[in-house]
Ligand binder design. Structure first.
Ligand code: ZN
Length: 149
């Protein structure tokens, strides 16, 4: 039986605004960042003009370790559109970022055997450049976790 490791999903177009652009600019430098309210310390992702807790507009962009925990995921095994066949299987995932309290990132788990992914598993950010030059975070299993069978 052939083992199918998860691939990068079909390319997407990144839309950005003055509030989200710093995230994508940092991603181009392969830095995972999250906006934190200067006034009260609450992380707010996605970035918004006002802190949902104290309504301050001041943001401090904090560089994170890139370590994440699998909060949820699914495995896409069917090409629902023409041209997707080369991307199958891929694994959309919600990744919790423990060093940014309350922040969960919608991303993908790549280069992983779907049969070995578990909720709560530790993953590490890796970077993928899209055809238009934007860079997006994806997540890969950590080496210690990959050794567990
Ligand atoms: Zn605040």
């Amino acid at each position: 039986m052939t083992q199918q490791f998860s691939k990068n999903p079909p390319p997407v177009e990144i839309g950005s605004s003055q509030w989200t652009r710093p995230f994508w600019d940092a991603a181009r430098q392969q830095k995972l960042v999250a906006p934190r309210c200067v006034a009260c310390g609450t992380f707010r992702m996605p970035p918004t003009p006002f802190c949902p807790r104290c309504r301050s507009q001041e943001i401090d962009w904090v560089t994170l370790s890139g370590r994440g925990l699998v909060y949820s995921y699914t495995v896409v095994v069917k090409a629902i559109l023409p041209g997707m066949e080369d991307c199958i299987p891929y694994m959309p995932a919600v990744i919790e970022l423990p060093d940014a309290s309350g922040v969960r990132l919608i991303s993908n788990i790549v280069d992983a055997d779907p049969a070995h992914i578990r909720i709560g598993q530790t993953v590490q950010v890796v970077w993928h450049t899209l055809p238009d030059g934007e860079v997006v975070p994806r997540f890969k299993c950590c080496a210690a976790q990959e050794d567990m069978t």
